[in-house]
Ligand binder design. Structure first.
Ligand code: IP8
Length: 257
């Protein structure tokens, strides 16, 4: 079982509101079809969800956000999800959409539902879920990042590998401007700021990757615009990007929640 995050910066043009990159979606979908292993895909919000979240001042912190904003964010994520599903279908995958409400309650994973997603993947379909606005009780909502969903699913499913496909070559060392090939769990390199990202950009990816790696799963951060690198990473041929090696399976080096 492999968990793959399709970064919003790959599947949308983040500098232009509401602009999908359909060719990037189909290219990644083709790569997923070549992995030869069950896959669960999670996608980000890019210039759909993040655009509206910024407009309505919504963040990951639960609060009483504007409900029209919540509705608009959710509507835009459904639209982006449809684009992803269309791309997957176009190349012969059998996507099985699982809106986050089918997998999580607030910021907690529904373990049975996560296990069912793994069974759906094992049966030959590709479960697809996504970051979204979620209800947190009463009038409160929050933005739940697809990166967080990755670590929630990993905590239950203990996948063989997690891959974050981003719009960059990997994690950069801001001084040398080179990609860092391997990061120790919990390392905090200096990062450049990300615009139009309400869920924390690369810093969030690294903190969720650390959670996943502490649970024993290797995490690859690769360029989703060169999706053969996803295949290379999964097949352990050769890889370009950043790896965070998982602590020994079953052994945890720190709390994961
Ligand atoms: O792009 C956030 O998901 P992410 C989704 O994975 C929204 O952080 C609604 C902004």
């Amino acid at each position: 079982m492999i968990l793959v995050k399709l970064g919003g910066s790959v599947i949308t043009n983040k500098s232009k509101p509401l602009s999908p990159r359909k060719a990037a979606v189909t290219k990644i979908a083709r790569a997923l079809g070549r992995l030869g292993e069950p896959v669960i895909a999670v996608h980000g919000g890019g210039s759909f969800g993040h655009y509206w979240s910024v407009k309505y001042g919504m963040h990951t912190r639960p609060a009483e956000y504007n409900m029209r904003g919540v509705a608009t964010v959710k509507n835009s994520m459904t639209a982006l999800n449809k684009i992803v599903l269309d791309g997957f279908l176009e190349v012969g995958l059998r996507p099985y959409t699982l809106p986050p409400t089918a997998l999580v309650r607030g910021h907690r994973v529904i373990e049975q539902a996560a296990r069912d997603a793994a069974r759906i993947a094992a049966a030959g379909m590709t479960p697809v879920t996504f970051g979204d606005a979620v209800w947190m009780g009463g009038r409160k909502t929050s933005i739940l990042s697809g990166d967080r969903i990755m670590s929630m699913l990993a905590a239950v499913l203990r996948p063989r590998l997690c891959v974050f496909a981003l719009g960059e070559e990997g994690v950069y060392d801001t001084e040398t401007r080179r990609v860092i090939p391997e990061l120790p769990i919990g390392a905090r390199p200096r990062l450049n700021d990300v615009e139009m990202d309400v869920t924390g950009g690369m810093a969030r990816k690294l903190s969720e990757s650390a959670r996943i790696a502490r649970g024993g799963t290797d995490v690859f951060i690769v360029n989703g615009n060169a999706p053969e690198r996803i295949v290379d990473a999964v097949k352990r041929r050769r890889y370009r990007g950043t790896i965070i090696k998982g602590a020994g399976r079953g052994r945890r080096t720190a709390r994961t929640s």
